[in-house]
Every structure is written in C-alpha cells, then in structure tokens.
Design a protein around this ligand. Structure first.
Ligand SMILES: [Zn+2]
Ligand SMILES: [Zn+2]
Length: 241
C-alpha cells in the first residue's frame, strides 16, 4: 500500500500502539487542522463568517481550543459579529408584560426553575442559532476515522496493536457498532472490545484491591494509573467535545 505516513491509517495505528483510542486521537487532529484553516477562512469568507456568527463562534471547548491556535485578529473579527448582535438585542429588549394573574404568571411564581416568559424573546435573541462549526467537523471526522478502523480491522498491525491493549473508547465503540457492516467485521470488533474491556476491569479490580489498607505496603506498580485509563476509555480522550 503506497500510503504516506500521515494517512488516517497510520495515525490510527500509532494511537492504538500508544494505548489511546484511535478515533479520539485522529479526530482531535482533524479538528485541530480544521481550526487552523477556519481562522483564516472565517475572517475572509462571508459564508464561513455567517456560520460562525449564527453559532456564536464556537462551543465552549472549541472556543478555548481556538485560542491556543493564535489568530487574535481573526478571533476578534469572528467574535465582534456575535458581540454586535448581542449588543443590538440588549438594546432593543423590553420587558414582555403578561397579566399578573395569568396561569403562566402563577406557574412562574411557584416554580423557580420555570423560565420567565417576560425575558423569553431576549433569551432567544441571545442564543446561538447554529451548531459549533468545529463540533460539526468533529462529528464528520469521527465517522470517517471509525470507518478507517473498521476497514482495517483485519490488518495485522492493527490487530497486534489491539491485542496489546489498544482500544476504542466507549463513545467511539458505540459509533463503530452503529457503522459496522457485515458479520465478519462485527465479530472482530466485538471480540477485541470484549478482551480489552475485561482486561481493563481486571486492572481496576487489582488497583482497588492493592489500595486496600491491608495491602498498603504493596506497590500499585503497573495498575497505579488504571483509573486514568478508565476515564479515557469511558469518557473519551481529553480535548474532544
Ligand atoms: Zn474515542
Ligand atoms: Zn464545538
């Protein structure tokens, strides 16, 4: 196979060999690459600008990730659109008065968690009207990268890396189970997931057992960091929405 070292296949293999979820790692990289180009595009392309304006820039996670990409002028331009809209909405807002004894007013009076109807139009005007552009890219990248792994399940190197403990995180295992086609790929996926999750369970059991006061003098050794592996396995790697 004449493939460059940066193809998703090699990125997936490397992630598996490092014990990380390949879809988390490759998707995070896809989002990072996208954020770099998007900064430039959003400042110059009216279509992209319209999307970032509607979405209020980016979701919390991606907005702060974006900050690490630099581009302070581009970010100022993207966020000025949103701040301008917010300022206009605040300027034009009025208290939407209802009758004091209406059923809605009574319901609001007794239920603190019920949103105030009088401020509903302003809340709506201050709410994003579109999805975070980076989240959209992340979703596409996750689907594509899951498919790359599914295509290469029978690959020797991928198989070896998965046998050594490399595994999909739970969110990406669910996605893989949704996207897998055919009995053979399904069986391979399931067999490796079973093995990897039961091995992790055994490590967690061992870590908790050794942490018991009766074993205080024993070193936790290899299983000491198992709780971090468990977080990554259940929640996915740090840095994805
Ligand atoms: Zn993952
Ligand atoms: Zn996002």
């Amino acid at each position: 196979m004449a493939a460059s070292k940066h193809t998703p296949y090699f990125e997936s293999l490397e992630a598996l060999q490092a014990g990380d979820c390949p879809v988390c790692v490759t998707s995070k990289r896809s989002v990072d690459r996208y954020l770099d180009t998007l900064l430039y595009e959003a400042a110059n392309d009216p279509g992209v600008r319209a999307r970032t304006r509607a979405a209020h820039g980016f979701c919390r996670l991606h907005a702060w990730q974006m900050r690490r990409h630099g581009g302070s002028l581009e970010m100022a331009i993207i966020y000025r659109d949103v701040v301008r809209d917010a300022a206009a909405a605040l300027e034009g807002a009025t208290y939407v008065r209802g009758t004091r004894l209406s059923p809605r007013a009574l319901a609001e009076a007794v239920d603190r968690d019920r949103p105030n109807n009088a401020t509903a139009p302003l809340v709506e005007a201050l709410s994003p009207q579109g999805e975070c552009p980076a989240c959209r890219i992340q979703l596409k990248a996750e689907a594509m990268n899951v498919d790359v792994l599914l295509e290469h399940l029978a690959d020797e190197k991928i198989a070896a890396a998965m046998d050594q403990g490399g595994s999909l995180c739970l969110p990406h295992l669910r996605l893989a189970l949704q996207r897998v086609r055919g009995r053979e790929a399904h069986d391979l996926l399931l067999e490796r997931a079973r093995r990897s999750y039961s091995a992790l369970l055994a490590d967690l059991d061992e870590m908790i057992r050794l942490s018991d006061y009766r074993f205080r003098d024993q070193q936790l050794g290899d299983v000491g960091d198992t709780w971090i592996t468990a977080i990554a396995r259940v929640a996915g790697e740090d840095g994805l929405a």
